[in-house]
Design a protein around this ligand. Structure first.
Ligand code: AVI
Length: 336
């Protein structure tokens, strides 16, 4: 993502951001997509990074997932926030600078910003441009006096924040949605450590994660009856067909999601129904019938395991909240 990263500029208004970055960024985004797909498909087993789900259609499909009956994490986290936000806001204190990795539909962000005492600035960071722009515009309407600095980039790359820290209170990293589960645990530690240094010296973290639970509940959440998660997964094939102009079809793949209890994670795969030989930008890719491409890991943690992960990442846990079923947890911690 380095090229793409280099193209990112900071702007004091969302509208400048929209006008100035769209065209060059589209080109580099396409180049990055191709590079990452080719790299992933040359590995054994084959993989496609899950961040590549989130173009406009992928983000829409994910939004649809969050409303599914079987997909409990989003509404459960919202219910935890609804119940405990006053306590969270009191811990964070006034004039906070809020840094968010990912923007989702902005619902949770609206809730947090609305609960905080005079938040100073908000920096959403997201790879999904349409979502970032839309959520930032909506928030600007809702909070007209808040400084909003959307940052369109891959937040797993190294980042520099815009200079909006003067007079700010706590620098709180907001990372809801259990997205941390999409990192391998060792990557999660590196990521959270980097986040802590980004927010230093007054850094804190408000993070949501999905707890490990009955595998039937977990597997149902990734194998919904309406087949939206399957469409989300298969959308990667549509993107490959589009971006490479390649004759690859969703008809030739199946969605497959299961709970790997040894690794405590849901795994999503695409399984080739047939033997296929593809040429993507001159590279030959061979898929056997029945061959799997790993498209996503979604790690599920017990509460103690997640506290340990936070400890290894340089945080001290201050408070934790869960729901009545104990399905999900939101955790507040201070960077050491
Ligand atoms: C974004 N992330 C936390 C979701 C998850 O549950 O791992 C992505 C997702 N994949 C399939 N359904 C939802």
């Amino acid at each position: 993502m380095d090229l793409w990263n280099a193209k990112v500029r900071f702007h004091s208004s969302i509208f400048n951001h929209l006008i100035n970055t769209i065209n060059p960024a589209i080109d580099t985004a396409a180049a990055d997509f191709k590079r990452e797909v080719l790299e992933g498909l040359s590995q054994s087993p084959k993989r496609i990074p899950s961040k590549l789900f989130y173009d406009e259609r992928g983000s829409r499909l994910f939004e649809a997932i969050t409303r599914l009956e079987e997909y409990y994490p989003t509404r459960t986290e919202i219910s935890i926030l609804r119940e405990h936000l006053p306590e969270m806001a009191a811990l964070i204190g006034p004039n906070a600078l809020v840094i968010e990795f990912g923007t989702g539909a902005g619902v949770k962000t609206q809730m947090l910003l609305g609960a905080l005492d005079a938040p100073r600035a908000y920096i959403p960071i997201d790879i999904a441009r349409e979502q970032l722009d839309h959520a930032s515009r909506e928030l600007a309407k809702e909070f007209p006096s808040l400084d909003i600095h959307p940052l369109w980039t891959d937040y797993t790359d190294s980042l520099t924040l815009p200079a909006v820290r003067d007079g700010a209170g706590q620098h709180v990293i907001f990372f809801p949605g259990s997205t941390i589960g999409n990192f391998e645990p060792s990557e999660a530690i590196t990521f959270l450590r980097n986040a802590a240094s980004l927010a230093a010296p007054r850094g804190s973290l408000l993070i949501g994660f999905d707890r490990v639970k009955d595998s039937r509940v977990l597997e149902a959440a990734y194998n919904d009856k309406l087949g939206i998660t399957a469409q989300f997964n298969l959308h990667l094939i549509e993107r490959i067909a589009e971006e490479f102009g390649a004759p690859i079809s969703t008809e030739d793949f199946d969605h497959f999601a299961f709970f790997n209890s040894e690794e405590s994670r849901i795994e999503m795969h695409l399984v080739s129904r047939v033997e296929q030989a593809l040429t993507l930008d001159g590279e030959e890719i061979h898929l056997d019938a029945g061959e799997h491409i790993i498209t996503e890991y979604s790690h599920k943690y017990s509460s103690p395991a997640f506290q340990e992960l936070l400890g290894s990442s340089g945080y001290v846990v201050k408070q934790r909240w869960t729901d009545s079923k104990g399905y999900f947890e939101v955790c507040y911690s201070i960077a050491k």
